[in-house]
Design a protein around this ligand. Structure first.
Ligand code: ITT
Ligand code: NA
Length: 200
């Protein structure tokens, strides 16, 4: 069974593919948006990660007829009342400008002390197929640092220090990140539904 993973963010797509490949669901072949005819992007206007993930997955399934997985994710910072949240990708104004987003995060937090720099990455992952709609959530708690560190990952990884580790998530190996991350925790919950699809 071919399953479409509908992300236009190359680094996020790479993580989604990697996690699903590592999980090794028998009978599933992952395809990306490059492998299917182009279709218009779903507007991400829902106030929740779950709502946006579901919209993206419904859209991919409707456009291609393939079972579709989508992720909507972001960083919630407690001292900023949960911002940037669902706005994470476009917080600084330009969609996907990781450097500008990280600079804005540091500026917004200013000299807030270490014990009040907590937050979490959140990933909602949706699976939509014929007669199937499932949305799950994974969270990864941590603390926002004072300068970007590390070259792995993407987005806010250089400023995110996972709970229980003194490295930023951009300093983790891909396997270490996948084992702990919001995305890894979310996708794991979709594995039974994906396995059931492949069994049909
Ligand atoms: P698609 O909607 O096409 O999948 P996108 O990048 O627009 O791509 P989102 O709207 O879900 O996706 O935004 C996710 C943003 O949240 C991403 O651009 C990062 O800024 C942040 N983010 C999510 N997961 C992250 C992670 O694992 N590490 C660092 N930043 C992350
Ligand atoms: Na979004």
């Amino acid at each position: 069974t071919r399953v479409l993973v509908a992300s236009r963010n190359a680094k996020k797509l790479n993580e989604l593919r990697r996690i699903l490949a590592e999980a090794g669901v028998a009978g599933i072949e992952i395809v990306g948006l490059n492998d299917v005819p182009e279709y218009p992007e779903a507007p991400e206007t829902a106030p929740t990660f779950e709502g946006n993930a579901l919209a993206k997955a419904r859209d991919g399934f409707a456009a291609t007829g393939l079972p579709c997985v989508a992720d909507d994710s972001g960083l919630e910072v407690d001292a900023l009342n949960g911002m940037p949240g669902v706005l994470s990708a476009r917080w600084s104004g330009t969609h996907g400008n990781d450097e500008a987003n990280n600079a804005l995060l540091l500026a917004q937090l200013g000299d807030v002390p270490d014990d009040r720099r907590g937050g979490r990455f959140v990933s909602a992952c949706a699976l939509v197929a014929d007669g199937v709609e499932e949305v799950v959530r994974g969270e990864w708690p941590g603390t926002i640092g004072r300068k970007p560190v590390g070259d792995n990952g993407f987005g806010y990884d250089p400023l995110f220090f996972p709970e229980g580790d003194d490295r930023s998530s951009a300093q983790l190996t891909p396997a270490e990140k996948d084992a702990a991350s919001h995305r890894g925790r979310a996708l794991k919950q979709l594995l039974p539904a994906l396995a059931a699809l492949a069994g049909h």
